[in-house]
Design a protein around this ligand. Structure first.
Ligand SMILES: *[C@@H]1O[C@H](CO)[C@@H](O)[C@H](O)[C@H]1NC(C)=O
Ligand SMILES: *[C@@H]1O[C@H](CO)[C@@H](O)[C@H](O)[C@H]1NC(C)=O
Ligand SMILES: *[C@@H]1O[C@H](CO)[C@@H](O)[C@H](O)[C@H]1NC(C)=O
Ligand SMILES: *[C@@H]1O[C@H](CO)[C@@H](O)[C@H](O)[C@H]1NC(C)=O
Ligand SMILES: *[C@@H]1O[C@H](CO)[C@@H](O)[C@H](O)[C@H]1NC(C)=O
Length: 593
């Protein structure tokens, strides 16, 4: 008995000694080199360099921007020292002009705490921790989130012997929530109890572009709500502010329009594969608490079919034509075919009901995307009902006539949209601009004739070597850029398209011009669904997020270490990004360039 006990004691002592040795060794292994790499110290490097307990600890302040993604556009000064703290010792103080903004900031704090706790590596409670006071001051009572919203913020952090003080100042709640996102980038897990926080910091920051978007297509393949929420979580972590929801297309119409239940009854893949009105309202709310607008696209006249087939049986006539028609190559660009009937007044009536619903579920200031891409003239031209009515009303069958018809489709819908929003939100005096995809109708030579620049914003989706963006800017149009050969996240999975890796996404430079509102990466869903969409989007969308936030001069080569840390942060928040490099290269910075 005594022998066993002595043996046990010895074993415990030995374990203890090994544990101490490891702590000492591991607690100070990492250094930040003069070229901003976090590496394990080797004999050659022994000097008085500051030591860090882990690579992530080192990364918090290595390089001008530390671990902050996207990079701040103003001052960024981060201390090499750390405070170890207990996340339950973080205290919040909100100074805001009214109850609505106060409530918003309390919710932001809650989201921040939940993200912070995800950084905990082991037991995060630390009885010896001092308090961390986070004070947020917002001056404007506006909750409007659009292209005019001021998203800038200032963050300062200092630590005294008493406590740590974080001071956030912003004009709007949206700037303030970005500041909390930055603050979360100044925190990392620790090998011991508690979390590590940069001991002092000063950051001034604000985005270059007001439109930093991601398109998500839920029509080709349905995405459950939890997938959409996680996409929004990833966008919030990346300070992206627009989810362009391509919710319907010719394949399916999964959106409940309470005024016209037939759309979803005839158009959804199944009764469960629908976003109810309440769910849509919840998505909008969830997004806005994360600084994100939802712009809903009802594509037309093309990319519309299923969901619109019930006209004849309800006495409303053919609201869409060429629906599911074969051989599809004669009627559309991608099966199943379908194109709205621009000469059926009932179709405009239904469109107006859709707008009534959308205006109600979304924020008062929000606009819509009207689609307008890939109109296939032969579909209309091969439909007797349309060509007959065209001839009767004085059109010939020239291309010019069809463009006129197409433009009138948009104009009539715009009139409905104006009518709906001006009645629902009578206090918004200026009619809202809507968004359209670039198309034949937006060719620089003919756009002016059809689409007034005060009312239509053009989302371009051409290759980077095309001149369309410049041509439209010269004519005074506002644009949103979705460079096809860099920002189409579905490429590489169909036809002759090539996959664009994160570096290609990052290096997609755009002009800084007051009429360039920003850009969007596009996640079309023909070849992706809930089981793989996160890895298809992330971390690549984050590369676009930094391009849009900061328009950096640096190339992707110089930001890789910070990007890899960003990817890891997505992982800790429960998102499943694709891998971009072997783990060995992550651990051995600078060895795989
Ligand atoms: C950055 O912070 C340190 C420590 O607070 C300070 O000494 C230094 O002047 C600051 N640098 C800049 C550029 O503000
Ligand atoms: C975490 O650490 C605290 C303080 O060191 C201790 O009181 C607590 O029991 C620990 N919790 C767990 C789950 O280990
Ligand atoms: C945004 O708000 C800040 C104050 O937080 C102000 O300094 C800045 O000028 C504002 N920017 C614009 C474009 O209004
Ligand atoms: C439409 O069809 C008619 C005859 O079928 C043809 O003459 C005309 O060129 C077509 N229009 C367009 C724009 O293709
Ligand atoms: C909106 O449309 C209705 C019905 O067509 C019409 O009576 C009303 O005058 C319109 N309102 C506006 C502001 O255009």
């Amino acid at each position: 008995m005594a022998i066993i006990s002595a043996f046990l004691q010895l074993t415990i002592v030995v374990f203890f000694l090994i544990a101490i040795a490891q702590t000492v060794e591991e607690s100070a292994k990492w250094i930040c080199t003069s070229t901003d790499l976090c590496v394990v110290d080797s004999a050659a490097n022994i000097g008085d360099a500051k030591r860090f307990e882990s690579q992530n600890d080192c990364r918090l302040s290595c390089g001008r921007y530390g671990a902050i993604w996207p990079m701040p556009t103003g001052d960024c000064n981060l201390s090499n020292e750390r405070v170890r703290f207990d996340p339950w010792k973080v205290r919040f103080n909100v100074v805001a002009p009214d109850p609505a903004t106060t409530q918003y900031l309390r919710e932001s704090n809650r989201i921040f705490v939940s993200n912070m706790l995800k950084e905990c590596l082991r037991n995060c409670s630390l009885p010896t921790s001092k308090e961390v006071y986070v004070k947020t001051t917002v001056s404007s009572n506006s909750l409007v989130l659009d292209w005019g919203t001021n998203e800038t913020y200032q963050l300062s952090l200092r630590t005294t012997e008493m406590a740590t003080f974080v001071d956030v100042k912003a004009q709007t709640v949206y700037g303030a929530r970005h500041a909390l996102e930055t603050l979360s980038n100044l925190i990392t897990g620790s090998k011991e109890n508690g979390l590590l926080l940069v001991k002092a910091a000063r950051v001034r920051d604000g985005p270059i572009y007001p439109h930093r978007g991601l398109l998500l297509d839920t029509a080709r393949n349905f995405m459950p709500l939890r997938v959409i929420s996680r996409v929004l979580d990833g966008m919030a972590a990346s300070k992206m502010n627009v989810l362009h929801w391509h919710v319907v297309d010719s394949q399916s119409f999964p959106l409940e329009i309470t005024r016209v239940p037939e759309l979803q009854q005839f158009g959804a893949y199944g009764p469960d594969l629908v976003y109810s009105r309440v769910e849509t309202q919840n998505i909008v709310r969830y997004a806005r608490l994360r600084g994100i607008r939802i712009i809903i696209e009802i594509d037309g006249p093309s990319h519309a079919g299923n969901g619109w087939q019930w006209g004849p049986m309800s006495g409303l006539g053919n609201m869409a034509v060429c629906v599911n028609q074969q051989p599809w190559r004669s009627y559309c660009i991608e099966p199943p075919c379908g194109q709205l009937n621009p000469l059926n007044e009932n179709m405009y009536g239904i469109m107006r009901e859709i707008y009534e619903d959308l205006a109600e579920v979304n924020a008062p200031e929000e606009t819509i995307h009207m689609g307008g891409d890939e109109v296939f003239i032969p579909c209309w031209n091969r439909t007797d009902e349309i060509t007959r009515r065209m001839r009767d009303t004085g059109y010939d069958l020239s291309l010019r006539s069809f463009y006129k018809l197409w433009a009138e489709f948009h104009q009539k819908n715009l009139d409905s949209w104006d009518n709906v929003t001006q009645r629902q939100y009578a206090r918004n005096p200026i009619p809202k601009s809507v968004i359209l995809w670039s198309s034949h109708l937006t060719d620089p030579d003919i756009i002016v004739e059809h689409l007034p620049k005060e009312r239509y914003i053009i989302q371009t989706w051409v290759e980077s070597d095309k001149t369309l963006n410049n041509d439209l800017l010269l004519k005074g149009y506002r644009i949103i850029v979705s460079t096809k050969d860099a920002w189409y996240l579905d490429h590489g999975f169909w036809g002759r398209t090539e996959y664009h890796n994160w570096k290609k996404v990052y290096d997609n430079r755009m002009e800084v011009h007051p009429l360039v509102l920003g850009g969007e990466v596009c996640m079309w869903s023909e070849f992706v669904d809930q089981s793989s969409v996160e890895a298809r989007i992330w971390p690549r969308a984050g590369a676009a997020a930094e391009r849009l936030w900061a328009n950096p001069k640096l190339s992707s080569l110089l930001v890789q270490t910070r990007f890899l840390r960003y990817r890891e942060r997505l992982l800790s928040r429960g998102i499943k990004p694709d891998a971009v490099i072997p783990k060995w290269c992550v651990l051995n910075e600078g060895q795989c360039l």
